[in-house]
Write a protein that binds this ligand. Structure first.
Ligand code: TYD
Length: 212
C-alpha cells in the first residue's frame, strides 16, 4: 500500500506520519517512510540544490530537479518496497509538484502531467491525506515555537519557503483544485484540529479502506 501526505509547509504532516507509523507498526505491518525530495544518495544531493542553495532556479529547472529526485526514489526504493508488500508512507509526492510548480509557479498543467507520468512510471498513491491550512496560520505555527517576528529574520527558511505568502496562497488553491479532481483519492483534513483528532480520522479511514 502506498500512502502519501500533502499540504503546505507547516501543516503538520510530520506529526501525523509519526503517529501513523506507530499505529501501522503495532498492527504488524512493515512500514517504510520516505520524504520528498530525497531518499537516495543522488536524490539527497538534488534536495540540497533545490532547498539549500542560494542560486536562482528557473521554474522548469525546479520542476525537472524535483522530478529527477522522484525518479531515483521510485526506481531505487519505492518499486522494490511495494514488491515486498511493505506499506510505503510518503511525506509529499507528485501532488506537491502540481500544487507548487503548477499552481504556485504557474507552469502548464498538461506539461506537468506528462513529466509526472514519466518520473513516477505511473505509480499513484492508494490514498493521500491532505492537511488543509491557511498560509497565515501555517506561518504563525512555524514561528510560534521560536517567538521570533518573521519579518526580522528569514535566514532559517529554505529556498522554496522564501517564495512569500502570495506563492503559498496559490499553492493552497492548487491543492483544493487537486482535491476536487481526485475522485476520492485525496482526503482533506483540517490541520487546525488537534493532532489526536486528525490521527483518529486517518486511522478510521484507513481501516475502512483496508476492509473494503
Ligand atoms: P521539506 O523541508 O521536506 O518541507 P516540508 O516539511 O514542508 O515537507 O521541503 C520540501 C519543500 O519542497 C517544500 O517547500 C515543498 C517543496 N516541493 C515542491 O515545490 N515540489 C515538489 O514536487 C516537492 C516534492 C516538494
Amino acid at each position: 500500500m502506498l500512502i502519501s501526505f500533502e499540504g503546505i509547509d507547516g501543516a503538520g504532516k510530520s506529526t501525523q506520519i509519526k503517529k501513523l507509523v506507530g499505529y501501522l507498526t503495532l498492527k504488524g505491518r512493515e512500514v517504510l517512510t520516505l520524504r520528498e525530495p530525497g531518499g537516495t544518495e543522488v536524490a539527497e544531493k538534488i534536495r540540497l540544490i533545490l532547498l539549500e542553495s542560494r542560486h536562482e532556479i528557473s521554474p522548469i529547472g525546479e520542476l525537472l530537479l524535483f522530478s529527477a529526485s522522484r525518479a531515483e526514489l521510485i526506481e531505487e526504493i519505492i518499486k522494490p518496497a511495494l514488491a515486498e508488500n511493505k506499506t510505503v508512507i510518503l511525506d509529499r509526492f507528485f501532488d506537491s509538484t502540481t500544487a507548487y510548480q503548477g499552481y504556485g509557479r504557474g507552469l502548464n498543467l498538461e506539461l506537468l502531467r506528462s513529466i509526472i507520468a514519466i518520473s513516477t512510471c505511473g505509480i499513484t498513491p492508494d490514498i493521500t491525506f491532505y492537511l488543509d491550512i491557511q498560509p497565515e496560520d501555517a506561518i504563525r505555527r512555524k514561528f510560534s515555537e521560536k517567538s521570533l517576528p518573521i519579518e526580522f529574520d528569514n535566514s532559517e527558511l529554505d529556498r522554496i519557503e522564501r517564495s512569500g505568502i502570495e506563492f503559498y496562497r496559490k499553492v493552497r488553491q492548487g491543492y483544493l483544485e487537486i482535491l476536487n479532481e481526485s475522485q476520492g483519492r485525496l482526503v482533506s483534513l483540517n490541520a487546525l484540529d488537534s493532532p489526536e483528532e486528525i490521527h483518529q480520522r486517518i486511522t478510521a479511514l484507513l481501516d475502512e479502506r483496508l476492509k473494503a
